[in-house]
Design a protein. Structure first.
Length: 475
């Protein structure tokens, strides 16, 4: 595809600050729940609810597999929704309260019967992941409905992930540290309090997003952005078209590897801090805050760099720093606390690109699909992007849980002191936080190398779409 200077593309209307702020707030609830889940669920199930570590991994695998399955279902239904509020907002409004309640129910321990607890957490996990998809997937599909501008999309996602990292990650970790400081280690009460507070905040933030962005989206409801062309194709054909889009497959690969690196590290980090570094449980949030705090600052730095050098260059810069940090964790020894925080800061530089880059690439891919097919299928693309990521994550968490089980990890017994882990379990924890994510991140960089949509290519796509629309209006 020949490049065309971006100046030939009709200028897009810039979004005002308050619209961007409200849009960013929409990710606060999903980010809070996702962040707490990533960092604490496996540790909670194994060390607080005292499920055997392999069983805890199975609970997470079932929930994530269902989470992946329901994504394309909600995506297609969202694309086909006909409502005075538009396609996305009804899902967000009516799903918000169940979403908050179900998140809270994940953090109670209703008894000590292992079989009952397994099925309780599986069922609640399935219901929560359904509610999560119902509010979060329509929210993410708002991005291309709010703006078509290449740089505005990156800016919009900067606001989104500022809330995601600043509120969803950093605030929730600070809140967790404060709450945990009032209770003994491995107690279930702080998890209940944390779940209740985060559930309420999640509901309120979703309502803020709807109220603050609806004027922008609904004002364009009759335009091409909101035309529901997806109904003219059956689901199987939509899937075929989506997966024949090579840039889309590359973005999936980039996103899958980036978030496997984030979430696998997050899930194993409490075990690493407590069992290998021999630090108190309350210390863990400080390490996570060092990562997420750096990511928050770097989010805006990478946004500025992206405007000059492009999204792909930013991804390579961030991943390079992250790989150094991730590999270094394997060699970290108990007592090397300062070095641990240095590696956490380096990792945060890369984590910021995992938030920013893939999500700012996907709207460009959707524009390319519209150019090739004449139809817009935001929900389909977003849902299948997340579907493969969640399947990969489910398999990854399952394998980590099974590996710790095989290595002899001891979950302990309710009311008893924390057990001393065998050397084999400690080695498995170190491998899961070091070499495994490092390899995954390197694969992600390979996908990014072949990603073809630069700023100039995207400008050419928009120019052709604009010319097609003018020709249709003339006809």
């Amino acid at each position: 595809m020949n490049s065309t200077p971006s100046s030939t593309v009709p200028p897009a209307k810039k979004l005002d600050f308050w619209t961007k702020l409200a849009f960013g707030a929409g990710d606060l609830g999903p980010a809070i729940t996702a962040n707490i889940s990533v960092f604490y669920t496996l540790f909670f199930l194994a060390s607080v609810a005292h499920l055997e570590i392999g069983v805890a991994g199975n609970v997470l695998m079932v929930g994530k597999i269902w989470d992946a399955i329901n994504d394309p279902i909600v995506g297609v239904l969202s694309d086909r929704t006909v409502h005075p509020w538009g396609r996305r907002y009804p899902w967000m409004v009516f799903g918000a309260i169940p979403f908050g309640i179900l998140f809270f129910l994940q953090w109670i321990v209703p008894g000590n019967n292992t079989s009952f607890l397994f099925w309780y957490y599986v069922i609640i996990g399935i219901l929560f992941n359904t509610a999560y998809t119902a509010v979060n997937l329509p929210y993410t599909a708002l991005t291309p409905e709010l703006t078509k501008d290449y740089n505005e999309r990156t800016s919009l996602n900067s606001f989104r992930f500022a809330f995601s990292i600043g509120g969803g990650s950093i605030f929730s970790l600070i809140l967790a540290k404060i709450i945990f400081s009032f209770f003994p280690e491995r107690s279930y009460e702080p998890y209940e309090i944390l779940g209740a507070i985060c559930g309420v905040l999640s509901v309120l933030s979703l309502f803020w997003c709807v109220l603050g962005t609806r004027h922008q989206v609904l004002a364009r409801k009759s335009g091409e952005i909101n035309q529901d062309d997806s109904v003219s194709l059956p689901l199987a054909e939509q899937i075929k078209v989506a997966f024949s889009n090579r840039p889309f497959l590359l973005v999936i690969g980039i996103y899958l590897c980036s978030w496997l690196g984030v979430q696998l590290t997050g899930s194993i980090l409490p075990f690493f801090v407590v069992n290998w570094m021999k630090l108190p449980e309350a210390t863990f949030p400080q390490v996570a805050i060092a990562v997420q705090g750096t990511a928050l600052v770097m989010l805006f730095v990478w946004n500025l760099v992206s405007q000059h050098y492009g999204k792909k260059a930013v991804y390579f810069m961030g991943m390079g720093l992250w790989i150094i940090a991730q590999a270094g964790l394997f060699f970290l020894q108990p007592g090397q606390i300062t070095f641990m925080y240095i590696l956490a800061i380096l990792a945060g530089c890369g984590v910021a690109t995992a938030y920013l880059v893939p999500w700012s690439m996907i709207p460009d891919v959707i524009d390319l699909d519209e150019l090739n097919t004449g139809q817009r299928r935001e929900g389909v693309f977003y849902s299948f992007m997340v579907l493969l990521q969640k399947i990969g994550l489910a398999i990854g968490l399952f394998l980590v849980g099974q590996a710790l089980h095989i290595a002899g990890f001891d979950s302990g017994v309710q009311g008893q002191p924390a057990p001393i882990q065998p050397d084999s379990a400690l080695l498995a924890i170190r491998f899961a936080i070091g070499p495994l994510p490092t390899i995954i991140l390197i694969i992600g960089m390979i996908f990014a190398f072949f990603y073809p949509i630069t700023k100039e290519v995207h400008a050419n796509i928009l120019l052709q779409l604009s010319e097609r629309k003018r020709n249709e209006n003339v006809d």
